[in-house]
Design a binder for this molecule. Structure first.
Ligand code: NZQ
Ligand code: ZN
Length: 360
C-alpha cells in the first residue's frame, strides 16, 4: 500500500515531523509530500527533532498538532524522529503532558495514528511500541512502552538509508546487535528466540562490515535494515519474561550527559558490562561465544565482541567516544542517581564503579 492511500483512512490532515534536514536530501521528504498531496491530505510541519530527542520538542509539536486539529502524525527520519512522533501522537489525542506519559503517571486513552517513513536502520522503532526521550530537568533519558504507539504503517525503503554517513551506519549496526544481546541476557529460557538472536547477529556480522566498505550498496543497506527491524520487534523476546536492558540504561546516562550517539554508547559499554559480569553471566557469555565465533572462552568471546564493534568503527573506550577521563565521577554519580541497571542483572554501586574502570 502506498503512503497516501494508507493515510486517507485516518483523515485529511497530518502533522509531518522530521529532524535536522537529512530527509530533505535523500528523497524521503519529497516522496512523502508527493504522496500526501496526491491524496489531498493537508499537512503542518514540525522539524528540528534532535538525535537524543528532547521532551520539550515533543510538547511543542503536540501543541501545534492540537491547534491544527490534525488527524494523524507522519514521521520521516530515524529513531529520534519516530520516537518523538509516537509520544506526540499520544499528547495530541489525549491533551497530556509528555513526561507524565513517559513516566507512566498519565495512562493514555488514545493516540493519533502514526505513519513512519524510516531513513536509518538501527532502533527497530518502526515495528514496536517503544519510544525513548530525554528530559533536561530530571536529567534522565528513559524508554516508554505502549501498544497505542505502535505505528499504523511503516515504510522501509533501503534507498533512503544510502545517505547515512559512516558513523551513524556503524552505530545502527551496533544498536541492532545490542538489541539481540539485551534479549540474550534477559530473563527466562527460550531456545527458539535464542536462535533468532544468533541468526540476526550473524546477519549483522556478515553484512555489517561489508556495508561499512560499500555505503552506497542498496543490497547491503536492505539486509541491515531488515536485520535491525527484526532485532527489536519482539521476535527475539517470545518465551522470555524480559530482556536485560542494563547496557541501554547505562548508555542513556552518557547520551544525556554528553549527547553521545546511542549506538556509540552501546559499543563502548557492552564489553565493559560483560567483563563486570564474567562470573554472574559467564555461562551465557560462553554459549554466545560458541554460537557466534566458535570460541570456548569467556574472555575471548568478550574480546571478539569488542573487536567486532571496533572493526565497524564504533568506539569501545571513553577516549574513542570523546569522553574525557575527568568525567568519570560525574558519570558514576548520574548512573547511581538514576539507578542504572538491568531488569535481569541488577548492579550495586561497587559494580558500577567496576564498569567505569573497564570503560576508561
Ligand atoms: O536530524 P537529521 O537531519 O534527520 O539527521 C539524523 C541524525 O543526525 C541523521 N540521519 C537520519 N537518517 C539519515 C540521516 N543522515 C543521512 N541520511 C539519512 N538517511 O542521523 C542522525 C541520527 O539520527 P537518530 O534518529 O538519532 O538515530 P537512530 O535512528 O539511531 O535513533 C536513535 C534514538 O532512538 C532511541 C535512542 O535512544 C536514540 O534516542 N532508541 C529507540 C528505540 C525504540 N524506539 O525502540 C530502541 C533503541 O534502543 C534506542 O534506545
Ligand atoms: Zn538501542
Amino acid at each position: 500500500k502506498e503512503l497516501g492511500s494508507a493515510a486517507e483512512a485516518f483523515g485529511n490532515k497530518a502533522l509531518l515531523v522530521y529532524g535536522g534536514g537529512s530527509v530533505l536530501r535523500n528523497g524521503s521528504y519529497r516522496d512523502t509530500l508527493e504522496q500526501l498531496k496526491s491524496h489531498d491530505i493537508q499537512f503542518t510541519e514540525f522539524n528540528g527533532i534532535k538525535p537524543n530527542p528532547r521532551v520539550e520538542d515533543v510538547m511543542e509539536a503536540a501543541r501545534i498538532g492540537r491547534e491544527e486539529e490534525v488527524d494523524m502524525v507522519v514521521a520521516v527520519g530515524g529513531g529520534s524522529v519516530i520516537d518523538s512522533a509516537k509520544i506526540i501522537a499520544i499528547c495530541i489525542a489525549d491533551d497530556a503532558d509528555a513526561w507524565e506519559v513517559m513516566t507512566g503517571k498519565h495512562e493514555p486513552e488514545g493516540a493519533k495514528a502514526l505513519i513512519a517513513v524510516l531513513t536509518l536502520a538501527a532502533t527497530g522503532t518502526e515495528m514496536n511500541g517503544v519510544a525513548v526521550l530525554q528530559n533536561e530537568k530530571t536529567m534522565e533519558k528513559i524508554g516508554y512502552r505502549n501498544e497505542l504507539i505502535y505505528p499504523a504503517h511503516s515504510f522501509l525503503d533501503p534507498s533512503y538509508t544510502q545517505s547515512v554517513p559512516a558513523n551513524y551506519t556503524a552505530y545502527g549496526i551496533v544498536d541492532l546487535i545490542a538489541h539481540c544481546l539485551e534479549a540474550w541476557f534477559g530473563k527466562g529460557e527460550a531456545s527458539l528466540s535464542d536462535r533468532f538472536v544468533i541468526s540476526i547477529i550473524k546477519d549483522a556480522m556478515d553484512y555489517g562490515p561489508a556495508l561499512m566498505n560499500d555505503l552506497e550498496s542498496y543490497e547491503l543497506r536492505a539486509n541491515i535494515m531488515w536485520a535491525a527491524t527484526n532485532a527489536l520487534n519482539n521476535i527475539t523476546m517470545y518465551g522470555r519474561s524480559s530482556g536485560d536492558w542494563g547496557v541501554h540504561a547505562f548508555g542513556h546516562v552518557l547520551s544525556f550527559l554528553y549527547d553521545t550517539a546511542h549506538g556509540a554508547t552501546l559499543s563502548l559499554i557492552y564489553p565493559a558490562w560483560m567483563r563486570v559480569l564474567k562470573d554472574r553471566a559467564g555461562e551465557r557469555i560462553l554459549q554466545l561465544g560458541k554460537e557466534l565465533f566458535d570460541l570456548n572462552s569467556v574472555d575471548e568471546t568478550i574480546s571478539a565482541i569488542e573487536l567486532l564493534f571496533k572493526s565497524l568503527g564504533s568506539p569501545v573506550t571513553c577516549e574513542e567516544a570523546g569522553i574525557d577521563p575527568s568525567k568519570r565521577q560525574e558519570i558514576l554519580n548520574l548512573m547511581n542517581k538514576n539507578k542504572a541497571e538491568g531488569l535481569n542483572f541488577k548492579f550495586s554501586e561497587a559494580e558500577r564503579q567496576k564498569l567505569l574502570d573497564h570503560m576508561f
